[in-house]
Ligand binder design. Sequence first.
Ligand code: GDP
Length: 483
Amino acid sequence: PPINVRSLSEAIGIRANDLIKRMMNSMGLQVNINANLEEESAVMLAMEFGVELEVIHERTAEDDLLEAWEPDEAEVLNQVPRPPVITILGHVDHGKTSLLDRIRKSNVVSGESGGITQHIGAYQVEHEGKLLTFVDTPGHEAFTAMRARGANVTDIVVLVVAADDGVMPQTQEAIAHAKAADVPIVIALNKIDLPNVNLNKIYGELSQQDLAPEEYGGDTPVVKTSAVTGQGIPELLEMLGIVAELRCEILATPSRPATGTCLEASISEGRGVVATVLVQDGTLKVGDVMVCGDGFGRVRALFDDKGNSVTEAGPSMPVEVSGLDEVPTAGEKFGVVEDVSRAREIAETRRLRTRGVALGERQAVTLENLYSKMAEQKLKSLNLILKTDVQGSLEALIKELEKLENPEVPIRVLLKGVGGISESDILLADASQAIVIGFRVAPEDRAVTLADEKKIDIRRYDIIYQVTDEIKKAVEGLLVPEI
Ligand code: GDP
């Protein structure tokens, strides 16, 4: 754990208040008791009180493991492009499922046409010799659940907008989710086969969401598609290939041991635990020993998205794995380790920790702990979700918030909207470490329940001054937790 004023005070036996005063006087720093200190500053501060502080770092097996899962320098040098991983988002009934089905059917990897397709959570298609990986669960609930677990598997978002309906509430939510994840968006303007499509209206709506189409002089790619006639599907795949190439960080090192993320998992009679994993780096092979979430095991068999048994899976390939001893949760990372005894050791440590987390160890961001989280570098900006009663107050609030921004604490408004605080707002807050601000609006019941569970900070205000005052204090680390 990082050193904060409180723990330093306990370690060197000097009253926290004296430490705080000294920091004010000698360093001009205004901090509270929970403020984290850099190791060097802690040592210097202790010295000022005549105490020599020695900082001992505890390294856990988990640290070793996670480090081993990161590519080293040589492996980075050997990186080559991998297929992009694509998730489809959009408003209900705009055609996400239909598009996914259409893409799957029209582009079976060559030589395997006619193969029975299995739903394993993701699939790959080939377009002009290049592979694309599609995550099979459309919608931002799944996307967000993954992100909440720290899994950013998606390289590109396809935002489906029905041409006869335009930008709808869930379209806006999807945009907020994609932007919060910093993932490029390609728009599939779907149902283009329908009569009476008003392109001008939709392009205008998209521009209002900061997604001005290329045809409109903006830089958001828009492809007109129909999941019914198949129109535009090749163009969409083409565009995804281009965006992937421009986004030059879509790389991996096939020769290294595999790491990746679990997309879904279940237990089935006869086959035991079956998990679909997405290999994100390296190559997973039958016989490898893997740790996934709290589970571990030797890979007994691998199946691809057509149900074929395969001996290995490279970067961006989804495969069904059997051999784990426990059912992992979607979004959990996996990695290959050298042997079974090591895997067992890691899995056991993780199981212990999971129980700890279940007892409420996890700490979401609040206005009170914002400052120390940023000092610990666990957070790069103050992320906000703003919901207000009317458009006018939304604009006024944003104007005020802009004034509070400073280089150390950038303020990011992930979602702004008029209306009550919804469950979806809480999910976004959870996935993006954000605080929800309700201005003259209340949260819906289900949002309250979810926020309690996820420990999301919902702040409600009636006067603009209250909002800016509290945020100003939080940004400066002056908002002290009530004890
Ligand atoms: P989702 O809720 O976004 O997954 O939407 P679905 O894929 O379930 O589609 C909703 C409805 O729209 C279904 O009745 C589809 O048949 C229809 N639909 C989907 N895509 C198209 C399209 O391109 N053109 C037309 N005319 N209908 C479509």
